[in-house]
Design a protein around this ligand. Structure first.
Ligand code: SF4
Length: 78
Protein backbone atom coordinates (compact mmCIF):
# COMPACT_ATOMS: atom_id res chain seq x y z
CA UNK A 1 0.00 0.00 0.00
CA UNK A 2 0.99 3.62 -0.44
CA UNK A 3 1.42 5.92 2.56
CA UNK A 4 1.10 9.70 2.89
CA UNK A 5 3.95 11.27 4.85
CA UNK A 6 4.77 14.49 6.73
CA UNK A 7 4.84 16.94 3.75
CA UNK A 8 1.04 16.53 3.42
CA UNK A 9 0.53 18.23 6.78
CA UNK A 10 1.67 21.60 5.46
CA UNK A 11 0.01 21.22 2.03
CA UNK A 12 -3.21 19.17 2.19
CA UNK A 13 -3.85 19.77 -1.52
CA UNK A 14 -6.21 16.83 -1.81
CA UNK A 15 -5.41 16.33 -5.51
CA UNK A 16 -4.79 12.65 -4.72
CA UNK A 17 -8.43 12.14 -3.70
CA UNK A 18 -9.63 12.99 -7.23
CA UNK A 19 -7.38 10.50 -9.01
CA UNK A 20 -7.64 7.44 -6.76
CA UNK A 21 -9.56 4.77 -8.73
CA UNK A 22 -10.73 2.96 -5.59
CA UNK A 23 -11.61 6.06 -3.53
CA UNK A 24 -9.44 5.09 -0.59
CA UNK A 25 -8.00 8.54 0.29
CA UNK A 26 -9.77 10.62 2.93
CA UNK A 27 -9.10 13.93 4.62
CA UNK A 28 -8.13 13.67 8.27
CA UNK A 29 -7.72 16.43 10.86
CA UNK A 30 -4.00 16.87 10.18
CA UNK A 31 -3.34 15.35 6.75
CA UNK A 32 -4.90 13.13 4.09
CA UNK A 33 -4.82 9.37 4.68
CA UNK A 34 -4.72 6.33 2.39
CA UNK A 35 -6.61 3.24 3.58
CA UNK A 36 -3.86 0.61 3.26
CA UNK A 37 -6.41 -2.23 3.17
CA UNK A 38 -8.05 -0.82 0.05
CA UNK A 39 -5.13 0.77 -1.87
CA UNK A 40 -4.37 -1.24 -5.03
CA UNK A 41 -0.85 0.19 -5.46
CA UNK A 42 -1.60 1.91 -8.76
CA UNK A 43 0.61 4.92 -8.03
CA UNK A 44 -1.81 7.48 -9.53
CA UNK A 45 -1.77 9.60 -6.36
CA UNK A 46 2.02 9.81 -6.34
CA UNK A 47 2.05 11.48 -9.75
CA UNK A 48 -0.30 14.30 -8.72
CA UNK A 49 0.98 15.11 -5.21
CA UNK A 50 2.53 18.61 -5.38
CA UNK A 51 4.82 17.94 -2.41
CA UNK A 52 5.85 14.32 -3.12
CA UNK A 53 4.34 13.20 0.17
CA UNK A 54 3.30 9.71 -0.99
CA UNK A 55 5.51 6.62 -0.93
CA UNK A 56 5.12 2.86 -1.26
CA UNK A 57 5.25 1.30 2.21
CA UNK A 58 8.21 -0.94 1.29
CA UNK A 59 10.18 2.14 0.25
CA UNK A 60 9.51 4.04 3.48
CA UNK A 61 12.35 5.00 5.76
CA UNK A 62 12.06 3.41 9.21
CA UNK A 63 11.29 6.81 10.75
CA UNK A 64 8.23 7.14 8.50
CA UNK A 65 6.56 3.96 9.74
CA UNK A 66 4.39 5.85 12.27
CA UNK A 67 2.56 7.33 9.27
CA UNK A 68 1.36 3.88 8.21
CA UNK A 69 0.23 3.19 11.77
CA UNK A 70 -1.60 6.54 11.85
CA UNK A 71 -3.40 5.62 8.62
CA UNK A 72 -4.43 2.22 9.98
CA UNK A 73 -5.76 3.86 13.14
CA UNK A 74 -7.57 6.56 11.14
CA UNK A 75 -9.49 3.94 9.17
CA UNK A 76 -9.97 1.72 12.23
CA UNK A 77 -8.06 -1.16 10.65
CA UNK A 78 -6.47 -2.08 13.94
FE1 SF4 B 1 -5.38 5.17 -4.56
FE2 SF4 B 1 -3.64 4.18 -6.33
FE3 SF4 B 1 -2.81 6.00 -4.54
FE4 SF4 B 1 -3.43 3.53 -3.73
S1 SF4 B 1 -1.73 4.11 -5.10
S2 SF4 B 1 -4.07 5.45 -2.76
S3 SF4 B 1 -5.12 3.02 -5.12
S4 SF4 B 1 -4.31 6.34 -6.18
Amino acid sequence: AYVILQPCMAEKSGDCVEVCPVDCIEEGPDQFYIDPDICIDCGACVAVCPVDAIVEEYEMNPEDEPFLEKAEKFFGNK
